[in-house]
Design a protein around this ligand. Sequence first.
Ligand SMILES: [Zn+2]
Length: 284
Amino acid sequence: VIDSAGLVTALNLGWRQFPFEEKLKAALDVPFFVENATRLFILAEQSFGVARGCPNSIYIEVGKGVGAGMVTEGHFMEVPGAAVHFGHITIDPNASDLCNCGKRGCLEAITSAPNIVRQYLEKLRQPKSSHTKLRLADVIERARRGEREANEVLDRAAAMLGLGISYLVALLHPEMIVVGGELVPGADVMVPRIQSVLERHVRDWMGPYKICVSGLGPDIGLTGASSLAFHAALNGSALLHRLCAPPRKTKRGSRASRALPSPLHPATKFQPARTGAIEPADVV
Ligand SMILES: [Zn+2]
């Protein structure tokens, strides 16, 4: 979550109101944006991935945490922190799974990659310390081979994820749901399970939607970040002139280094970045 003062809370990184903007300002000599990763993921998918030409789409990230980036009618969701709050929906009020946020039963506490591995080891009654290298991909591979414990844990994760996504479908009517992160290599195992849960919880009249798997690879965050900067430069002549100007000799943390407001706010309809030469008409 990025608050109005630029303080970042990222529970999975151990950050609570960390002064990230101030730290970047001291280290960089260029203007910069601070933006939530999941919002950059859906931006990348809208610009270069499966969600191109799809103005109502959702990106679901399962990794260290669980997040959702959401775009409706080409506009990003109003609440900047909404992308990360998705993982902290109480998806099972009776669950004992403890989340990093301090609650029990959060979606992330059951379906993030480390928590799926944790539940698997608990099922095997093995201490986590003896399997520090075990990853979600390993649990998925064991499920593919038919191991019962692995399949039970993945069934529970898929049930909770599908339920969480069904809430977003009911609220936002997305045409496309893109799943990414550590679900990508396990899509053959996880997507059919999530799909079958969605079919139970989403009625036809909530609108047609399809589930796709992200194909942008591990650099999707960089792709989204570059798309954000490109979009901002094309739509802000002052920023474009600043970037095209000859380098100035400045001290670190000087006026050249400043956090810009993210262009991913609902007042701006996002136009996916185009490649090729920048024409004067592109700068509005
Ligand atoms: Zn939580």
